[in-house]
Every structure is written in structure tokens, then in C-alpha cells.
Design a binder for this molecule. Structure first.
Ligand SMILES: [Zn+2]
Length: 349
């Protein structure tokens, strides 16, 4: 199966699809219509060659996906909640509005982003490190303590992913996540992108962010095990400073993994798929429609299936049957310029 090169992410009441540097966000609005936005993202430092070096590129890739993830989530929540309904601002809000004026919304967004980063670092990085430090008092072997710290970190992550699924909003986001995987699987198995075909495609996807997170955690266990720390403060600081190292190594590992089909990779992808069982749920028809809209905004799946599977679509046949006709039909405009070429991103490894 040839990878289509597209990837995505579930957002609030919608789906983000990325094809190379272009990405789309499709969101179901409260009035039931689908809002589509297409954007380009060139990265934090576009055009800088240094950031393409092995191990360095992983750090920037990680940072890029954080930025895009945050941006799309923020956008989708604005669309899904429909900011038009004005409420009478409370006293505290009035005070904030007086201080920040027009910039209030941007300040709030930045504040929420910082808060979520601090919370994530606290829960997934520092809490296990703190528990590890407590274990240090009863367990002599530092290597064993570091290993246990990593196991605790993975357990906290799994508990978190499972726990938030009981929130209605997150449950729906997990359903959109399922729709995103099913759309990509539908295309990569050569099936026309229709609601029925997407519905019967698998919701498991090899290049998923959930699996990626698990691999990052496993690699962090190995990296953190090598660092000997004596005080709890040193433990905290070393964990934070090593984030770029872990990101760099994880990226290189996944690059290798994507190109090979060996037993180590397969052994690691199995628990990743199991974890995906928690973060993906079967979507309903309306969610699948949103997924299809997101794909079609950035990816010509027909051109991809023509190139990879040799698929002939009804509009291709009608063109062959009427060669003398010079009138341009709508579908010709749609597919003609360069569409037969390999779709962008398909060459990605
Ligand atoms: Zn996924």
C-alpha cells in the first residue's frame, strides 16, 4: 500500500487534515453547516537549513506539530462554539477588558496555552519524577527507580487518555479522530471517498499521534535511565532539558520505522494500536462528512487513486467516449491541470 502522505488530527467538532505544508480545518457549526478553512504552514523557522539535520529536525518537527495543533484547536473551538452569542461580561471580565482592551482575546489565548503547557509538564513530566524521587528512599538501584518512573509516566498517560473520554466533548473528539483515520484508510485502500466506504474502513492507523506519543514515552524511559540525578530539583531540571533530546531521537526512530517492517517496530506498534482503541471511536455519518470535507480541501484523492491503483472514475470514461467534444465540462476543469501527476506529499517516505 502506497502512503498518501496525508495526516490529520481531530479538533473540536471537526477534523484537521494536513498535506505537506497545507492544512485544512473542517468544523461542524452549531447551524449544522460545515466551515472549511485552508491554511499554509511553513514551520517555525522556514528556509533554515540547519534545522533539517538528523536529530535536530525532530525537535523542530515536534515544535511545529505543537504549534499547528494548538492553532487548529483554538480555531475550531471558536467556530464550534460560535462566538457570536454575546453574554453580559462579568465584573472580572470587565476589569480585564479595561486593562487589555482589544488585545484581550489574544492575551486570554496565550494565557490558556501557557497554562496547558505548564499543566502537561507538571502531570506527565514532573509528577512521575517526583514519585521516582520518593521511590529513591526505599529502592537502592537508581537505574531501577528511573525505569519505574518511566512506567509510572506511561500509566499516568494511559489513565489520562482513558479518564477524559468520559467527558462528552472529548468523547465526540475521539469519534472525530476515528473518522479521520477511516478517511485516510479508505483512500489508501483504493476505495472511492464516500460516506459508506469510510464507514466500513478501519479506525486503526499506523501513523497516528497516539502511537507516536507512546513511542516518545518509551524512548524517554531509555534516555532518562541514563541520567543519574541526586536531588529532586536536578531530577526535574534534567527531565525538562532532555525533552528536545527525546523528541530528536523519537523522530529518527519513527523515520526508520516508517521505512522498514521489522519485529522491533511491529512489537512497538502493537501497544500503540491498543492505545488508539482508547482515543478513537466509531463516528456517525455527520462526522464522516466533515472528514471527507477536510480531506478534499487539501488532497486530490482521485488523482492519487488514478496514479497508485489505476482507478478509472466515471468522469474519466465519459471523457474517453466523447473525444470530439470540445466543450469543457465541470469535471474536466476540476481534474485537468496537472492532476494526473503524483499528488503532493505522496513522495514522502
Ligand atoms: Zn490518530
Amino acid at each position: 500500500m502506497k502512503s498518501s502522505g496525508i495526516g490529520g488530527q481531530a479538533v473540536m467538532e471537526g477534523i484537521m487534515m494536513r498535506n505537506g505544508g497545507k492544512y485544512s480545518i473542517a468544523v461542524r457549526k452549531p447551524d449544522q453547516t460545515i466551515d472549511i478553512k485552508i491554511e499554509e504552514y511553513k514551520g517555525i523557522l522556514p528556509g533554515v537549513k540547519l534545522i533539517r539535520l538528523p536529530f535536530i529536525r525532530g525537535i523542530f518537527n515536534f515544535a511545529d506539530s505543537l504549534v499547528v495543533g494548538m492553532k487548529t484547536l483554538e480555531y475550531s473551538s471558536n467556530v464550534a462554539l460560535d462566538e457570536t452569542e454575546e453574554e453580559e461580561p462579568g465584573k472580572f471580565e470587565q476589569l480585564l477588558m479595561r486593562i487589555f482592551g482589544e488585545k484581550l482575546e489574544k492575551v486570554m489565548t496565550a494565557f490558556i496555552m501557557c497554562l496547558s503547557i505548564v499543566l502537561a509538564v507538571g502531570i506527565f513530566l514532573l509528577l512521575p519524577a517526583w514519585i521516582g524521587n520518593l521511590l529513591n528512599r526505599v529502592i537502592k538501584s537508581r537505574l531501577l527507580v528511573n525505569f519505574l518512573e518511566g512506567i509510572i509516566r506511561i500509566l499516568i498517560f494511559i489513565l489520562y487518555v482513558w479518564g477524559i473520554s468520559f467527558m462528552e466533548e472529548i468523547r465526540r473528539t475521539y469519534m472525530y479522530h476515528g473518522a479521520e483515520h477511516k478517511c485516510i484508510n479508505c483512500i489508501e485502500h483504493g476505495l472511492p471517498l464516500t460516506v459508506e466506504n469510510v464507514a466500513k474502513s478501519s479506525k486503526e492507523h499506523k501513523r497516528c499521534g497516539t502511537s507516536f506519543m507512546l513511542i516518545v514515552m518509551v524512548i524517554s524511559v531509555l534516555v532518562f535511565m541514563l541520567v543519574d540525578t541526586k536531588t529532586v530539583l536536578m531530577r526535574f531540571v534534567s527531565r525538562i532539558l532532555l525533552i528536545p533530546v527525546v523528541a530528536g531521537i523519537s523522530y529518527e526512530f519513527l523515520r526508520l520505522a516508517g521505512n522498514s517492517d521489522n519485529c522491533v517496530v511491529n512489537a512497538l506498534s502493537r501497544p500503540g494500536l491498543w492505545l488508539q482503541g482508547l482515543t478513537t471511536k466509531e463516528p456517525d455519518e455527520e462526522m464522516i462528512q466533515v472528514g471527507i470535507a477536510a480531506v478534499e480541501a487539501v488532497f486530490d484523492w482521485k488523482a492519487y487513486q488514478r496514479a497508485v491503483f489505476g482507478t478509472v472514475f466515471p468522469e474519466d470514461v465519459s471523457q474517453e467516449e466523447k473525444p470530439g467534444e470540445s466543450q469543457t465540462t465541470e469535471s474536466e476543469i476540476d481534474e485537468a491541470p496537472g492532476a494526473a501527476a503524483v499528488p503532493a506529499g505522496a513522495g514522502e517516505s
